[in-house]
Structures are given as C-alpha cells and as structure tokens.
Design a protein. Structure first.
Length: 151
C-alpha cells in the first residue's frame, strides 16, 4: 500500500516507478473452513452444550468468514484490473524504449489513477476487516478453550 500511495501522490518525474508490475500481487484469503464443515457434517456442534458458543462459531463461519472471502475476491478483482491497465499501456507504448517514460505515461493516465484509488480504498477496508476478524477469532478461540478447559 505504501508503494502505491507514493505512486499516487508523487510527481512521476521525481521517481523511478518502472517496476510497477513487481508491486502487484493477488493476495488470497486462505479460506480453509474444513474443520467447521466436518463439525457440521458430523453433527459435532450438537455436542457443545453452550448454545451461545455454538451460535458464535456458526456466525463466524457463515457470516464473517464468507465476508472475508468476498472482500478478498473484490481485492483480487481490483488487482487484476490494475495489472491489465499496466500491460495494456505497455503494449500501447511499446515503441517507446525508455521504461521510465512508458511508466510515466501509465501513472499519468486518469483511468489508472482512479483504479489505483479504488484498489487502495479496497485494500484499506480489507486490512481493517482482517484485523477485526483476527480479534473475533481470537475471542472465539478463547471461548472454546474456556469451554474445553484447555487453558
């Protein structure tokens, strides 16, 4: 995010942003809910006598977990758009041999800037949600540990 914020805020002539592609990447939310699905299929949750805890587990996986998957997909979509914009611009400017000049053309493109703003906004939102989910799952794990007296 810091790199892209710098690209957005600084004058392209002042920096070398020729490695734009190196700063793109699709960071997928590792959506592993196999333990939860096994617990549902095996009716394991019915063995827990604390209904609030069961409801918290279900809410986490059915609501919060799915929301993270959706937000991660949205982030991946913006990253793909950015990649396409960069490659399209490089293709349109292939006759220009100076990579810095080609990069400056990309950075000056209003569509690129708008897409970058959207990607940054999506990324900031995703990071906030990830932090919220970490707190949520930590709380859930603590409740499970308490119930199982593992502490």
């Amino acid at each position: 995010m810091n790199y892209w914020q710098t690209v957005l805020e600084e004058n392209p002539a002042d920096g070398d942003y020729s490695n734009l592609i190196n700063h793109l990447g699709v960071y997928d939310f590792n959506s592993n809910n196999s333990g939860y699905l096994s617990a549902i299929r095996g009716d394991i949750l019915s063995l827990i006598d604390n209904r609030e805890l069961v409801n918290n587990i279900i809410a986490y996986y059915e609501l919060k977990f799915r929301e993270m998957e959706n937000r991660s997909s949205e982030f991946a979509r913006w990253t793909l758009l950015m990649t396409n914009l960069i490659f399209d611009s490089f293709a349109r400017t292939e006759k220009i041999k100076d990579i810095r000049q080609r990069t400056q053309i990309i950075i000056s493109d209003p569509v690129f800037k708008e897409t970058l703003l959207e990607m940054l906004s999506t990324t900031e939102d995703l990071l906030k949600k990830i932090n919220d989910r970490i707190k949520s799952v930590d709380s859930l794990v603590s409740k499970i540990e308490t119930k199982l007296s593992i502490k």
